[in-house]
Design a protein around this ligand. Structure first.
Ligand code: GLA
Length: 369
């Protein structure tokens, strides 16, 4: 006879793609992501006393810890995302009993699609559901981000968790990271005869963590040089005041990227043809490549090939040093764009990229029956 506790519920949270606004979130700036149909699903039940148990369909073994007392450093590896969210939920003042959590996720790992935020947000909504406490999506996103920053130890901004919590079908999550204000912006490429392709470059993700922290430090140095609280407060005309050439380029990326986000929002909110955002996607990529220096050959080749294949705009999405590229294409060009990227990779002997349509999808919540 099984001694396992009966499941008390099933919750999910999605991965995300960022349409535009890269490395702006930790500079108190603007981002414009959307939730993907790919999800982390958590089957959760309360257990009385003892320890919490977590397992993952994508990993071997069971990890045990005490949710009531677990602290940073006590759980590492894949289970840290789950234990860390229990810890952060408790730290936020909510009741956390011992739990049995079973995770199953189809968000690609290491592709820059926020597989970790999806796990944290899924555990967050599950804990809130089990405890029967109403926690608003922004509150849960902050808890999930705390797990990532203070328990897992990754110094990320808050975009990924906010996108996972606030996503809606046919909508972008326009987030002002200074105060976490969210506005949903319509974005429904198929309604305009378009597809937003997501192209997983499958580039090796080497040194991404250290480089991310280094970019943060450069941005802080830029804000200090300008005497502003964050780069959000800087304007293009301020940039010549930064003496250090590298720091000035880092700041130029952030300052111009914030402006590009606002321009994309103005176009889409104003009902423009989404094709009009193409040049802004291209400019974002150039800025990441030349000023922020976070692209790698695999993503630069994918972007160039997508444009040559007929995409109206393309850019790397996510933290950088690999991960995914997005390419906005007329529906009739999807085959040509995909073939162009595949051919460019084949020529170089690189593994074939994975390509799928990115369509804005539902944010975290109970898994519909
Ligand atoms: C990663 C981080 C986000 C954000 C992006 C870059 O995805 O988790 O907080 O900084 O990189 O835009």
């Amino acid at each position: 006879m099984s001694t396992e506790a009966a499941p008390s519920g099933v919750w999910f949270a999605p991965g995300r793609v960022n349409l535009i606004g890269e490395h702006t979130d930790y500079n108190e700036g603007f981002v414009l992501p959307f939730a993907l149909p790919h999800r982390a699903v958590v089957t959760a039940s309360a257990v009385s006393g003892g320890s919490s148990r977590v397992r993952s369909a994508q990993q071997d073994g069971v990890v045990e810890f005490r949710a009531a007392t677990v602290a940073p450093g006590e759980v590492t590896g894949w289970a840290a995302y789950l234990a860390g969210t229990c810890w952060a939920f408790r730290e936020a003042g909510f009741p956390v009993g011992e739990v049995d959590l079973r995770l199953d996720s189809d968000v690609p790992v290491g592709a820059g699609l926020s597989s970790s935020a999806a796990v944290e947000c899924a555990v967050g909504v599950a804990l809130a559901g089990l405890a029967g406490v109403p926690v608003d999506p922004t509150g849960l996103a902050r808890i999930a981000r705390r797990a990532e920053n203070a328990f897992v130890g990754a110094p990320t901004g808050g975009m990924d968790q906010m996108a996972s919590m606030h996503g809606r079908p046919g909508r972008l999550v326009f987030l002002d990271t200074r105060d976490d204000t969210v506005e949903l912006v319509p974005f429904d490429p198929p309604a305009h005869g378009l597809e937003l392709l997501v192209i997983d470059s499958r580039a090796p993700h080497a040194h991404a963590d250290g480089e991310y922290g280094a970019r943060r430090a450069d941005c802080e140095a830029a804000a200090a040089a300008l005497g502003v609280p964050a780069l959000r407060d800087a304007r293009p005309a301020d940039l010549p005041r930064i003496a250090d050439e590298r720091i000035r380029r880092r700041a130029r990326h952030v300052v111009t990227e914030n402006e590009r986000v606002l321009q994309v929002v103005a176009l889409l909110s104003g009902g423009a043809d989404p094709r009009e955002i193409g040049p802004l996607l291209d400019a974002s990529h150039a800025s990441m490549r030349d000023d922020f220096e976070i692209t790698v050959p695999h993503v630069d080749v994918a972007v160039a090939a997508a444009r040559a294949g007929g995409a109206v705009g393309a850019r790397m999405t996510g933290g950088g040093f690999g991960g995914c590229v997005i390419a906005l294409c007329d529906t009739g060009r999807v085959g040509a764009v995909t073939a162009a990227v595949r051919a460019a990779y084949a020529e170089r002997g690189w593994p074939a990229p994975v390509v799928f349509p990115g369509r804005p999808s539902e944010g975290a919540g109970p898994l519909p029956g």
